[in-house]
Design a protein around this ligand. Structure first.
Ligand code: F6R
Length: 341
């Protein structure tokens, strides 16, 4: 049982951000800002989510669109004036390798982020900018390595400013939080353990308080799936008020097993806070219940990481409650093996 091993990985998240601040990004060959028309991040699973963190945290201030691409092909608009990041922790993910080849063919400005594998070899052969990150961590526990270079490189080409300060703020908040999230004496005082206990034997549904928080809800869901090997779903206010929440009016046998976790951020539109409160009032007697997690920090980057960090710990404590080893993802490995045959 390696709950401890996964906790050891996730406790290093702030150090991963620190490590990436020290890397040298000067060799990266990319167009200056005026020539970049769009930014695309191609990757899958744990390697893709850094791109979502970039879109949610920096997308609003960037003068060009940021697209997260989880597929074999790049969008048709990708060409010479696109900045394309291909991100694969192992370097062997077929969808990401396919996007890498396609981006090269279209002469896009390419950057590869990986710990090795075929992506490293291809990047070296084709003299594409390569950010090599440390190996030996499950991809989903390497978010610091997979996100920070993206943010620093879009700053380097001039698309955003002030990234180092935001990363430093994030590091401080994560270090503060991990003390609380690791403390288990008594366990009931630990907010992540408390949520894990509350959602045990239920279907967790994570709702982001505003679409800017989408990545945090997506991360909670993915971490619960992969660490606790349990189903989980996510959505965002206000959209969910136009469809998903009507499903919770349904058969009580099902809805009573739904445990909603709302990720909130006080800097969101006040309309969102009203919706969260009203939705809670309308549904609380129909479902298992609501848990609320609030963001911390000033920058949206720090606030997103604070929400995601609480989810990382909750997912591992849920694995512990289910007596599940959070580290291996055998079913993913088995699928990859079968697809190769
Ligand atoms: C997360 C995980 C998967 C992988 C995904 C892509 O820990 O195991 O979500 O991230 O299968 O593989 P990589 O990240 O190697 O490109």
């Amino acid at each position: 049982m390696s709950v401890k091993e996964m906790l050891d990985h996730i406790r290093t998240l702030p150090e991963q951000l620190e490590y990436c601040l020290q890397l040298d990004y000067n060799d990266a060959v990319v167009l200056p800002k005026k020539d970049i028309k769009n930014v695309v991040v191609a990757g899958m699973g744990g390697s893709a989510i850094g791109g979502d963190v970039m879109r949610c945290s920096l997308g609003q201030e960037m003068p060009v669109p940021v697209i997260n691409n989880r597929d074999y092909h790049l969008p048709s608009f990708v060409g010479k004036d696109s900045l394309v990041f291909t991100v694969s922790y192992s370097g062997n993910t077929e969808e990401t390798l396919s996007c890498f080849r396609e981006g090269l063919q279209r002469e896009a400005q390419m950057v590869a982020i990986t710990s090795g594998g075929q992506l490293e070899s291809l990047a070296r052969e084709s003299q594409v900018s390569l950010i090599k990150i440390p190996s030996g961590v499950p991809p989903r526990a390497a978010l610091g390595y997979l996100f920070t270079p993206l943010a620093l490189m879009v700053e380097q080409v001039g698309l955003v400013q002030g990234i180092r300060n935001q990363v430093e703020e994030t590091i401080g908040i994560l270090k503060e939080m991990r003390e609380e999230l690791l403390a288990l004496d008594p366990p009931e005082a630990n907010p992540a353990w408390k949520i894990a206990l509350d959602i045990q034997d239920c279907i967790p549904v994570i709702w982001a308080g505003g679409s800017i928080l989408e990545v945090a809800a997506m991360r909670w869901k993915g971490q619960i799936n992969e660490n606790a090997k349990a189903p989980a779903y996510f959505n965002c206010f206000p959209e969910l008020n136009h469809n998903e929440f009507t499903g919770l009016e349904g058969p009580a046998d099902i809805t009573r097993r739904v445990a909603v976790i709302v990720l909130q951020d006080e800097l969101q539109n006040p309309g969102i806070a009203r919706r969260i409160k009203t939705t809670n009032d309308m549904l609380k007697d129909r479902i298992k219940g609501f848990n609320f997690v609030s963001s911390r920090g000033n920058s949206i980057m720090a606030r997103l990481f604070s929400l995601m960090y609480a989810g990382d710990f909750t997912s591992v404590y849920l694995a512990q409650l289910y007596n599940i080893d959070p580290v291996p993802v055998d079913i993913i490995e088995e699928l990859k093996k079968r697809l190769k045959n």
